[in-house]
Every structure is written in structure tokens, then in C-alpha cells.
Design a protein around this ligand. Structure first.
Ligand SMILES: O=C(O)c1ccccc1NCC(=O)[C@H](O)[C@H](O)COP(=O)(O)O
Length: 217
């Protein structure tokens, strides 16, 4: 199986269609108001209304209340709920059970010790997403989508009981190296396919997905 790609933070139809038409496996939709990629549930519903069933719709939340998830799901049928905050394993279990939707749980990584947290989520999530942790001094840092990489070498030799996705600063130029070093089978990008935060670049989306297609995995 080739490396599967998620394009996250989509907010316009051209970019959604470009991602789908170039082989994206996952479409990420941000429901986190402080993000420049945040979108209204009704717009989200329109954007993904025609995407094929083999492309999964991922709704991204940060420490959401149940009410927000409920409101979003009333507008758009998500295949995954991505939790990118400090949600506990019990909270993840609750969300998974209450909304009967697969969970992609983000774990922030800066060094090897951060992987210990991942073990606590293997029994409550369906997939893990390893993303670079923003440094404390970084101004205007978001919980994710910061365009930061972590040292992919620290992934080597690690094994998890559920699938995992690599994220953080991935671009068409570095994704092949990231896959080779980390062994990732799933990758995710947002900043790396943007003209500016919140404004996707269809050409960069195409380049990223084309780069995936030629990786011998
Ligand atoms: O993308 C955002 O604006 C965002 C905001 C708050 C929490 C998470 C967010 N994105 C999560 C993602 O899945 C991103 O694709 C991931 O962090 C990688 O982002 P990037 O480093 O920009 O490629």
C-alpha cells in the first residue's frame, strides 16, 4: 500500500477538489475558532458534499464540549473526529462511544519521552497522529498546524498497536525523507500546502500528493 495522505485545514472548494482529485485519503476540516483554518459546519457540509466515499472526512477539534461535536455532526457526517487538545483517555473513550465515530488522537512530540503518552490512548483511539509540539516561547502558537517538524529519527523502532500518522511541517520537498526516516504509512500536512495560514495552494496540494505517489513504501 502506498503512503496515504491527509490534507488538513481545507476551507475552499477548489482546494478540496484538488486534494480529492490528486489522491488524498483524508480531508481535514478545522472546527477550532482561534485557527485561521476554522470553518462553519454548514460550509464544511457544502465543501465535502460530493467527495467520494473512499476519501475520509476528518473533523478537527481541540478539547471540545459534546455540544460542539453534536452541532458539527448535525451538519456534516464525519468519518473521523480528530482530537488535538489535552483530552484524557477517558474523555476520548467517552467521545468515541457517544458519537460512534472513529477517533484520531493527536500526541504532541518534541522528544522521545513524549511517546509514553501514546500508550494511554491505544485502547481508546482508532489512530494516533504524532505532531510537532510548539516550543513554549513560540508566539501565536496554535495547538497544531504550526508548520513545525520534529526529529523523525525518534520514531525509529517504535511500535504501536493501532495505526499512526506523521504530521508537522511536512511539504512536497521533505515528505519522502520523512517517510523514509520515520517509516510512516500515513502523513498529514496543512501549512506545507498553503500560501499563508488558512489559504491553501492547490498547486502545493498537488505537489504534495504527487510526492507521496512516487514513494516506494
Ligand atoms: O491546523 C490548524 O489550524 C490547527 C489548529 C489547532 C489544532 C490543530 C490544528 N491542525 C492539526 C492538524 O492536523 C495539522 O494538519 C497538523 O498539526 C500539521 O500541521 P502543519 O505542521 O501545519 O502541517
Amino acid at each position: 500500500m502506498s503512503v496515504q495522505g491527509k490534507i488538513c485545514g481545507l476551507s475552499d472548494q477548489i482546494s478540496v477538489d484538488t486534494a480529492v482529485n490528486n489522491g488524498a485519503r483524508f480531508i481535514g476540516l478545522v472546527f477550532y475558532p482561534p485557527s485561521p483554518r476554522n470553518i462553519d459546519p454548514n460550509l464544511a457540509s457544502q465543501l465535502v458534499s460530493k467527495i467520494p466515499t473512499n476519501v475520509d472526512k476528518v473533523g478537527l477539534f481541540v478539547d471540545p464540549e459534546d455540544a460542539l461535536i453534536k452541532t458539527v455532526l448535525e451538519s456534516v457526517k464525519l468519518d473521523w473526529i480528530q482530537l488535538h487538545g489535552s483530552e484524557s483517555p477517558d474523555r476520548v473513550r467517552h467521545i468515541r462511544q457517544k458519537f460512534d465515530t472513529r477517533i484520531l488522537k493527536a500526541i504532541k512530540i518534541s522528544d522521545q519521552s513524549d511517546f509514553e503518552a501514546a500508550k494511554n490512548y491505544e485502547n481508546v483511539a482508532d489512530m494516533l497522529l504524532f505532531d510537532a509540539k510548539a516550543p513554549k516561547h513560540m508566539a501565536n502558537a496554535l495547538p497544531g498546524g504550526n508548520g513545525l517538524v520534529f526529529d523523525w529519527r525518534i520514531m525509529q523502532g517504535l511500535e504501536f498497536s493501532i495505526p499512526w500518522m506523521l504530521a508537522g511541517g511536512l511539504t512536497a520537498e521533505n515528505v519522502a525523507e520523512a517517510v523514509k526516516i520515520s517509516g510512516a504509512k500515513f502523513v498529514d500536512t496543512s501549512s506545507g500546502v498553503e500560501i499563508e495560514p488558512g489559504r491553501k495552494d492547490p498547486a502545493a496540494i498537488t505537489a504534495f500528493l504527487t510526492a507521496l505517489a512516487v514513494i516506494d513504501s
